[in-house]
Write a protein that binds this ligand. Structure first.
Ligand SMILES: Nc1nc2c(ncn2[C@@H]2O[C@H](COP(=O)(O)OP(=O)(O)OP(=O)(O)O)[C@@H](O)[C@H]2O)c(=O)[nH]1
Ligand SMILES: [Mg+2]
Length: 318
């Protein structure tokens, strides 16, 4: 992970970090034995940051255990305990992007409109291309001409092939052609962009299922990934979205975008734990550098550390 991404992640998480750290420092300003009142206040802080009930409960239980041993805890101690617990929760479910034994690895990208699907595809394509992979992009969001053009801009920028049809054509037919083209060109990856808004004539979930069926018909294991792109600023609503998409097309990984614009970055933990789906990438800005594979350690440090450590703005004040 590049140092610039870590410092972007760290500054992107500033709002969430303040929402967690400031109240904890106030709560544990003096070293103290944990009582039920402190636990209740801590619980409210963690829930507020959208960490989710399960993770919050796990942290509170750990705190209660040290309280019952009569141990005294200060702010640093409390943060260290939360850090450990979150890394362990997130670490249970990390997985890198799949890679098929027989290329192309097919990655279908889904999510409600405006969450950052097309932008994330561009950034993932850029990363994969830098690693020496051949990448084909499928413009299977045929709802708007602008959507197709937007993907073509990313194709030009990253040197990746884009397979497109006319606006309004069948998205599954685009996916089919793109799969054939990716095979013929010896592509390592095929990234399939999809629509996010409901069409007037067809149902979005039915459309996504059809795209998936058409791809599976060409290769049993494909799509190898169904990445759901969620906008972190939507908070708990992101979980509801994930449930709907997961039921329809079976989500294998989450891309969480716009962490830079929210105080609710804790939603990463809630999604990972409550849906048992690994977070594969996080986005902290609009630049091509601002999306990277998810690292639990880095993320939790960004969430809880008052300075960015050796990789970022060393010694910077929160
Ligand atoms: N601040 C910030 N903006 C982002 C991030 N990711 C994407 N965006 C912006 O979000 C907006 C929507 O991104 P798109 O990639 O077009 O979203 P989409 O899901 O493809 O949208 P539809 O095709 O309409 O369904 C764009 O302006 C992006 O630049 C991020 O991590 N941080
Ligand atoms: Mg799009």
């Amino acid at each position: 992970m590049s140092p610039s991404f870590f410092s972007n992640l760290w500054s992107g998480l500033a709002k969430t970090r303040d929402a967690i750290i400031d109240p904890i420092e106030a709560l544990f300003s003096k070293k103290k034995v944990i009582d039920e009142e402190t636990l209740e206040e801590l619980e409210a802080v963690l829930i507020q940051a959208d960490l989710g009930v399960a993770a919050t409960t796990a942290i509170i239980n750990k705190m209660r255990e040290s309280g019952s041993r009569g141990e005294q805890v200060d702010a640093d101690g409390a943060v260290a305990l939360i850090e450990q617990e979150l890394i362990s929760i997130l670490g249970e479910r990390t997985a890198p992007l799949a890679r098929a034994d027989e290329p192309p690895t097919v990655v279908m990208v889904v999510g409600v409109n405006g969450t950052g699907k097309t932008t994330s595809i561009g950034k993932i394509a850029s990363m994969l291309a830098h690693e020496g992979n051949r990448v084909t992009l499928a413009a299977a969001d045929t709802f708007r001409a602008a959507a197709i053009e937007q993907l073509e801009v990313w194709g030009n920028r990253t040197g990746c092939n884009v397979v497109r049809h006319q606006e309004g054509s069948d998205p599954a037919a685009v996916a089919f052609d793109a799969y054939q083209a990716a095979r013929a060109r010896g592509s390592d990856y095929l990234l399939v962009d999809t629509a996010g808004r409901l069409h007037t004539k067809s149902n979005l979930m039915e459309e996504l299922k059809k795209i998936k069926r058409v791809i599976s018909r060409e290769c049993d294991e494909a799509p190898h990934e169904v990445l759901l792109v969620v906008d972190a600023t939507t908070g708990q609503n992101a979980i509801a979205q994930a449930r709907v998409f997961n039921e329809a097309v079976g989500v294998t990984g989450v891309v969480l975008t716009k962490l830079d614009g929210t105080a609710r970055g804790g939603i990463v933990v809630a999604i990972s734990q409550e849906l048992n789906i690994p977070v594969k990438y996080v986005g902290v800005g609009e630049g091509a550098e601002d999306l990277r594979p998810f690292s639990p350690e880095r993320f939790v440090q960004g969430l809880l550390r008052a300075d960015a450590g050796d990789d970022g703005r060393k010694g910077a004040k929160r």
